[in-house]
Design a protein around this ligand. Structure first.
Ligand SMILES: *Cc1c(COP(=O)(O)O)cnc(C)c1O
Length: 397
């Protein structure tokens, strides 16, 4: 029997030692554990839709599996899927990509990592507006580059202003990370706002990683436009990241993509061919069905999300100590809790303890005066959870 003697002093690489574990996943697992213990937990932590993957997508993957489509594919994805993605960008975004400019990866998260890893290195600065998706700064650190966080607040609907962007750009700035609609805030840049940001990046020769994974989850009639679409120069400065997780509820399938100028796509292909190789073969067949098949699930999901969003937003603004700007996209609200006198970690820890409600502290997204509530959960849970938050806040104030 061989076991651990405990005498080893392992040297952890500086890239790995610099990372913080994902706080959203931690809260989620704590809430799941409490549930397993029989506690009546209301979870606002979900980072995924609570709907099943549409049947025709599952059928296409099941058929591929039954047909023996179980071997390696090209590292960057099957030609059929890269073509379907190129077609999507042409049809919906007015963007012309060759299939060779599309790299399919193991989730949108993997695509973000590849983009950052392939374009940034030691000495480079990457501008990330806060609140940000918590993985971005960690990915920048893994690439040995430096995250430059630019704070925003609910006063600008959590959007970076052109002035703030200009102030943050230096001669070392390599990349700006944009995420609209946003996780965690649900805010959405208008076409004019996104153009103004893109114009500055073109002028200053800064690349943009535009994470558009929530593109299809929009409310109140707002529209979006990809920053790549304003001119050839915008296109040349932009790498679009997208994926199947949100609009097709395929989080566990691990499939995302990026669309990039050819030399960047080539570099990402090489990185991927020496790390993960191809995303799962038969899952890719499901993804083809997702893009080319019917999209009628989406209006139904959006109607349901919209009902919950409206209810939750109105209710939150009646709770003393809390104020909340409305989200225009994704499936999150990002209420301001500063008037309760608590910072986000303590607020969420005490809320979970006292009322069995799981929310994600804003500090995980670089915004300690806020918490993130996901409404990708049933209306009944939302009603119950908000009642409890109200009771919790009453005791605080
Ligand atoms: C969910 C999400 C992704 C991608 O998730 P995957 O599951 O890796 O496809 C990318 N960016 C943001 C902002 C997200 O919320």
């Amino acid at each position: 029997m061989v076991s651990v003697c405990g005498a080893m002093n392992y040297k952890i690489s500086h890239q790995a030692a610099a990372l913080s574990p994902s706080l959203t996943l931690a809260i989620d697992s704590k809430a799941k554990q409490m549930k397993a213990e029989g506690k009546d937990v209301v979870g606002f932590g979900a980072g995924e839709p609570d709907f099943d993957t549409p049947q025709h997508i599952k059928d296409a993957a099941a058929k591929a599996l039954a047909d023996g489509f179980t071997k390696y594919t090209p590292a960057a994805g099957i030609p059929e899927l890269r073509q379907a993605i190129a077609d999507k960008h042409k049809r919906e975004n007015g963007l012309s990509y060759k299939p060779s400019q599309i790299i399919v990866s193991c989730g949108g998260k993997h695509s973000c990592f590849n983009v950052i890893f392939a374009t940034c290195e030691k000495g480079d600065e990457v501008i990330i507006p806060a609140p940000y998706w918590l993985s971005y700064p960690e990915m920048v650190k893994m690439a040995s580059a430096t995250p430059v966080i630019v704070e925003t607040s609910d006063r600008t609907e959590f959007k970076i202003t052109p002035e703030a962007l200009r102030r943050a750009i230096t001669s070392k700035t390599r990349l700006l990370v944009l995420n609209s609609p946003s996780n965690p805030t649900g805010s959405v840049y208008s076409p004019d706002e996104i153009k103004a940001i893109g114009d500055i990046c073109v002028e200053k020769n800064v690349l943009i990683m535009s994470d558009e994974i929530y593109e299809h989850l929009l409310y109140d009639g707002v529209t979006v436009r990809s920053v790549a679409s304003f001119s050839p120069a915008h296109y040349e400065h932009t790498i679009v990241v997208h994926g199947f997780a949100k609009a097709w509820s395929m989080t566990g399938w691990r499939l995302g993509w990026c669309a990039a100028p050819e030399p960047i796509a080539k570099a990402i292909d090489a990185v991927q061919s020496h790390s993960t190789s191809n995303p799962t073969s038969f899952a890719q067949k499901g993804a083809v069905a997702a893009l080319t098949g019917p999209q009628d699930h989406l209006p139904k999901w959006l109607a349901e999300f919209n009902k919950r969003r409206t209810f939750a937003w109105q209710k939150l603004n009646t709770i003393s100590g809390i104020s909340c700007v409305n989200a225009k996209g994704a499936f999150y609200l990002f209420p301001n809790i500063s008037r309760t006198g608590l910072k986000s970690t303590e607020f969420c820890a005490r809320l979970l303890e006292a009322e069995q409600v799981a929310a994600v502290p804003g500090i995980a997204f670089g915004a300690d005066d806020y918490i993130r509530l996901s409404y990708a959960t049933s209306m009944a849970s939302i009603e119950k959870g908000l009642e409890r938050i109200e009771r919790f806040c009453k005791r605080l104030i």
